[in-house]
Design a protein around this ligand. Structure first.
Ligand code: HEC
Length: 489
């Protein structure tokens, strides 16, 4: 009888077994710490559910395109839920982190942290052990409701918690990326907020306007529209017909800076938000008086919600429960509940509302009104306007709005007014204003609150403003007719 040669995999497994002991020792100490925390039980089934759900989510953001939906494999990459090949946590962790680039498996250490990889493993393990049916964990349970982890699953704590690997130092918020849509040139400019230099220009399609980064910063969504660009003086009958095929939501992979997919977004999508869990988009469809709810994973519009006439601005409350959709013609804001995807109430604001933004604590929202040069302050508990702030000056047409992360100031761009106004949220008064480029439009603030980025639609550049001194510290050349700005959260 021939003795079995010691293959590479066997050797790897032996080494791994050795290190598992170390991991176990570390685990025991983590578990000890967990057990001492009041109210935290390591195997709490809601914690297991959360981990599996997150793992499923990441899977269908990054892994499914090679390893197949439901972890079943495809022609591009192996089935990871094959019960006959139960991959160990260690193997999974190392392969996912470092990849096998020569064999076509990318390294994910730049995109996924240790906890996210552990969540992915927990999901894959639930599929391998056949305790989780195919589909979304929030719909895979009894009567299409959330799945419940079986009592006592998983047996190995590492499946849920992972070992005590050191997590990489978190990046500083000033090293974030800034994304700018260029409505005229049909592309997105990527700026490094640490150096204020342009990293990439990504062609995306027709008339990119609204732009948002997913909560995990891995995906950038951009609204595309085949409706013709119309100057304010243009008459409808002079315009070319809309090219509806060009409507959609472009999906950019933030790692490679490439457009990887176009999702449907309803008719003429302009602004939108990403739900807190990153799985849904709420899109305003200006010419249809609708908001579309897009399921990112399936790439389908799962609901269309009637809102006011000519909806445009879309804002998500910080707790993710409410979406405000502003409607220009009806001068209203529709309040959509994300749990039910229904309009809970509608309220009046100033004329021609363009955009809305919430305070970080969710207590108030600010809505810009273009034709009255005002900003409506909304009490979000009552969904009611409590103050109206007038912005004085020539041609002032309030458009973009951003709230500082500390909630003390609100910044409003004014289009042909050429200035950005600063509102003190404690007094509801304008405390300052400063000049930027021509027709300032989209605006965003870095998460550390230090810098403000403003898209200047008619000077084809972005102004970078110091949030303390209100001085323009850089002007960055971008594409044609820059429109929206988004900064990774
Ligand atoms: C671009 C395609 C691609 C993507 C995307 C991808 N993989 Fe892979 N993956 C592969 C290929 C190909 C292999 C097989 C490599 C080999 O033959 O060693 C592989 C192998 C693996 C293995 C080792 C399997 C084993 O049996 O040893 C793991 C674990 C894995 N991938 C996890 C992931 C996870 C988790 C993700 C998502 C974060 C992911 N992969 C995304 C292509 C991909």
């Amino acid at each position: 009888m021939m003795s079995k040669p010691v293959g590479c995999r066997d050797l790897k497994e032996r080494i791994l077994r050795g290190s598992e002991v170390v991991v176990l020792v570390a685990l025991v100490s983590i578990l000890g710490t967990f057990a001492n925390l009041p109210g935290v039980r390591a195997q709490d089934s809601s914690e297991v559910y959360k981990r599996v759900y997150n793992g499923w989510k990441w899977w269908h953001v990054y892994c499914y395109r090679c390893h197949g939906v439901d972890a079943l494999g495809s022609t591009l990459a192996p089935n990871l839920s094959d019960p006959s090949r139960k991959i160990t946590y260690e193997e999974f962790f190392q392969t996912t982190r470092n990849g096998a680039p020569q064999k076509g498996m990318p390294a994910w250490n730049q995109l996924l942290d240790d906890k996210q990889i552990t969540d992915l493993y927990t999901y894959v393990r639930a599929r391998t052990e056949r305790v989780l049916p195919p589909g979304r964990p929030d719909e895979a349970g009894a009567n299409g409701g959330p799945w419940t982890p079986p009592e006592g699953w998983p047996k190995a704590q590492s499946v849920v918690l992972g070992p005590a690997f050191p997590t990489p130092a978190s990046e500083t918020t000033s090293s974030r990326r800034v994304y700018v849509t260029n409505e005229g040139s049909g592309d997105v400019t990527v700026i490094d907020a640490a150096t204020d230099s342009v990293l990439a220009t990504i062609p995306v399609g027709k008339r990119p306007r609204g732009i948002r980064v997913s909560p995990d910063r891995r995906t950038v969504y951009v609204a595309l529209s085949g409706s013709p660009f119309a100057a304010p003086s243009a008459r409808n009958e002079d315009l070319a017909p809309a090219d509806k095929k060009a409507d959609g939501i472009g999906v950019i992979d933030a790692l490679t800076n490439k457009l990887i997919r176009i999702l449907p977004g309803g008719s003429d999508p302009e602004q939108f938000v990403v739900s807190l869990d990153g799985t849904r988009l709420y899109v305003a469809n200006e010419d249809a008086s609708l908001a579309s709810v897009v399921d990112v994973m399936s790439g389908k519009v799962i609901r269309t919600i009637p809102v006011g006439e000519e909806p445009e601005g879309v804002a998500l409350s910080p707790d993710g429960k409410i979406v405000y959709v502003t409607a220009e013609n009806s001068q209203t804001v529709s309040v959509i509940e994300t749990e039910t995807n229904q309009v809970k109430t509608t309220f009046k604001v100033g004329p021609m509302p363009r955009t809305a933004a919430f305070m970080p604590d969710g207590s108030r929202a600010y809505v810009t009104s273009e034709t009255s040069a005002t900003v409506s302050v909304v009490d979000t508990a009552q969904h009611r306007v409590t103050h109206t702030i007038k912005l004085e000056g020539q041609n002032v047409r309030p458009m973009g709005v951003a709230v500082a992360p500390d909630g003390k100031r609100v910044y409003v761009t004014t289009g042909h007014g050429g200035r950005v106004f600063v509102i003190d949220t404690s007094t509801h008064r304008v405390s300052a204003s400063f000049e930027v480029g021509k027709r300032p439009w989209g605006i965003a603030i870095t998460p550390d609150g230090k810098k403000i980025y403003i898209a200047n639609g008619l000077s084809d550049d972005v102004s970078v403003v110091d949030a303390v001194t209100h001085r323009v510290i850089a002007r960055i050349k971008v594409g044609e007719r820059p429109w929206g700005v988004a900064i990774a959260p």
